[in-house]
Design a protein around this ligand. Structure first.
Ligand code: NDP
Length: 330
């Protein structure tokens, strides 16, 4: 038996508890992993609180990320002792996830832990950081460059936003960090933000077009925030949209697209094919400033996971949250 966080549902009532499960209860898969670290993400908070229908089958072990050591494998690419990362693929939603001492998954979902990155730092990056890299790559795929002008990052003090700020600054961009928390200005400047923008500048009803302000943006918010961003993007610029922290809707018009040639680039991290994941992880390992990563990381013990999750939904979490499950594996 081993420790796990388990979400259960009885009728309309959802519960989440720390409990013991047996290896026989793990779902099917060709690789069994001893989990070293997991994380908490916004999506885990939605799953554990039931605030959105993230979990598709019950009981469910949450945890959309984990890193650990292979215990058993019948997959050609992995052998016992290998260090592996898992992000997404519905893990923690439709397939038992990383907030447990063991996980059994498909080997095709795994990425080898890049050389030179500790397990703890891999989870400090986690889905949020890897999504931040996918967003930066999306901006550049659409022609945004450091000399194009300032780029905005919304939710800058959160997981995706803080890593995106550090990555963009590391590539030489001037970053406008959009935040609802003025008290995090110093933290954001430490990550490399060149200016701080109060979120309220982006929360009023969006006009079809506003004064051109940013060459591009990474948006974790959606809704009115994204609509305002789109209205402020310079001619030919791009917004990489990955989140819905402000809402799922998008009250915009076609004006930014047809009058300014703005591109709205959607970013998904969950179902991205293996080669793109490996490239994103290799880029993260090569260029992310590890001192900045450490500065944006907090650790939450396994026994405090359930109490911490709701804090994501009230915007109280700064940076990335790692959960040591078996840190001695490091
Ligand atoms: P966090 O909770 O760590 O950060 C979200 C940040 O958004 C908050 O810290 C806050 O930052 C800001 N925020 C909160 N509420 C609002 C609001 N009402 N309006 C505008 N901004 C708000 O979450 P993550 O960074 O882990 O995830 C961010 C979003 O990205 C989530 O919606 C998540 O589901 C999504 N996501 C999507 C992925 C994909 O594959 N497409 C992968 C990973 C995440 P501040 O206080 O600085 O304003």
């Amino acid at each position: 038996m081993f420790d796990a966080i388990v979400i259960a549902k009885d009728g309309d009532t959802q519960t989440v508890t720390r409990t013991q499960v047996s290896p026989d209860q793990l779902p099917a898969g060709d690789v069994l992993v001893q989990v070293g670290y997991s994380t908490l993400n916004y999506k885990d908070a939605l799953a554990m609180t039931g605030a959105a229908p993230v979990v598709r089958s019950f009981p469910m072990v949450p945890g959309i990320d984990f890193v650990g050591v292979v215990i058993e494998s019948s997959h050609a690419d992995y052998a016992p002792g290998d260090r592996v990362i898992l992000n997404g693929w519905g893990v923690g939603e439709t397939h038992w996830g990383g907030l447990a001492k063991q996980a059994r998954v498909k080997g095709d979902w795994l990425v080898p832990l890049p050389e030179g990155i500790s397990m703890r730092r891999a989870m400090a990056i986690g889905t949020a950081g890897y999504t931040a890299m996918l967003c930066v790559q999306a901006l550049e795929r659409h022609g945004v460059r450091p000399d194009s002008g300032e780029v905005a990052v919304t939710g800058a003090a959160g997981g995706v936003g803080s890593v995106a700020t550090a990555l963009l600054a590391g590539r030489g961009y001037h970053v406008a960090a959009v935040t609802g928390r003025a008290e995090e200005a110093e933290f954001l400047r430490g990550l490399g933000a060149s200016s701080i923008v109060d979120r309220t500048e982006l929360t009023g009803k969006a006009r079809p077009l506003s004064k051109e302000r940013w060459a591009g943006a990474v948006d974790v918010a959606g809704s009115t925030v994204l609509a305002n961003l789109l209205s402020m993007i310079r001619y030919g610029g791009t917004v990489a949209a990955c989140g819905l922290a402000a809402g799922m809707d998008l009250p915009t018009t076609v004006a930014p697209f047809i009058l300014r040639g703005v591109t709205l680039a959607g970013v998904d991290s969950v179902m991205v094919p293996g080669p793109i994941r490996r490239a994103a992880w290799a880029a993260l390992a090569a260029e992310l400033d590890m001192a900045k990563l450490d500065a944006l990381t907090v650790e939450v013990p396994f026994d405090q996971v359930i109490d911490t999750a709701p804090k994501f939904l009230s915007g109280q979490v700064r940076g990335r949250v790692v959960v040591p499950v078996a840190p001695e594996l490091e």
